[in-house]
Design a protein around this ligand. Structure first.
Ligand code: ADP
Ligand code: MG
Length: 258
């Protein structure tokens, strides 16, 4: 199983949107995909249409080892797509992770138990540097950093790269940064908005050797696809799926390079 997380240390950077669209596309391509909602805001769980029942285990119980990992996994309506859901109770994992002594490794260990069952695992992460976030970093083979094409996005990228570097030095993060995915890149016809252009140029500077991938354009169509739970190509906008295909291509190249 290849574990890819969407990480970016601010809200509104596209973590949940990219996790969702990428997971659905991979499942559509025939890969068996496990989605993990590691944000107590539980937006991914909501957009995937999963209703958490009070009696059902979520990521919280999986992290705390109160249930087997497999018992926290639910099949979704789409073929090949599975979810470890979250609800707001996930914030209770914070204290457990901080005091258990295996905080940053808890998610990695939990996912290892199902590593033979799935082809890809996509993890959506919280917007702050919490224990849950560190656990996501510890579980990631690859990290994709979505960042809004704005000053806020550049800052989010900067802080995310710093976190990964720090966690790399501590050997908590043993994966690689797959790339930076600019989000909500604004265009008016054929001309790019100045702030978008400047922000993406700044991202290229900040990213250094990490590739800045083709951006996701600002468009209502992505929002519609997310809201309606459909793929962009199903809605007649296959062209907008290009940045997602590029992510999959880069991931495959990295896997091949070992
Ligand atoms: N291509 C897009 N253009 C404009 N807005 C978008 C696009 N894709 C998603 N959005 C919206 O942007 C908002 C923030 O995205 P989200 O994925 O929730 O960010 P994060 O998970 O990093 O907080 C959401 O309300 C989402 O519907
Ligand atoms: Mg989110």
């Amino acid at each position: 199983m290849k574990t890819v997380s969407c990480l970016s240390l601010s809200g509104g950077q596209g973590k949940t949107s990219v996790s969702l669209l990428l997971g659905k596309l991979l499942a559509h391509q025939g890969q068996k995909v496990l989605m993990v909602d590691a944000d107590p805001q539980a937006n991914l769980t909501f957009y995937l249409g999963h209703d958490v029942q009070a009696s059902e285990p979520t990521l919280l119980e999986v992290l705390k080892r109160q249930v087997e990992t497999a018992d926290g996994i639910y099949p979704l309506a789409a073929t090949n797509l599975f979810l470890i859901p979250a609800d707001e109770g996930l914030h209770k994992a914070q204290e457990y992770l901080a005091t258990s002594g295996m905080g940053a490794l808890a998610l990695r260990y939990a996912l290892e138990a199902v590593g033979n069952v799935f082809d890809v695992c996509i993890i959506d992460s919280p917007p702050q540097r919490t224990q849950i976030c560190l656990s996501v970093v510890g579980a990631s083979d690859w990290v994709l950093i979505p960042a809004e094409a704005s000053t806020k996005g550049v800052n989010s990228l900067l802080r995310s790269l710093e976190l990964l570097e720090e966690m790399g030095r501590l050997r908590v993060f043993t994966g690689q940064v797959l790339g930076v995915l600019p989000f909500r890149d604004k265009w008016f016809g054929r001309s790019q908005a100045t702030d978008s252009r400047e922000a993406i140029a700044a991202m290229q500077q900040v990213a250094g050797a990490v590739p800045v991938l083709p951006s996701i354009m600002e468009s209502e169509r992505y929002k519609q696809a997310i809201r309606q739970g459909r793929r962009l190509s199903e809605m007649g906008h296959a062209d907008l799926e290009f940045p997602l295909y590029r992510v999959i291509e880069v991931l495959e190249q990295e896997v091949d390079n070992g």
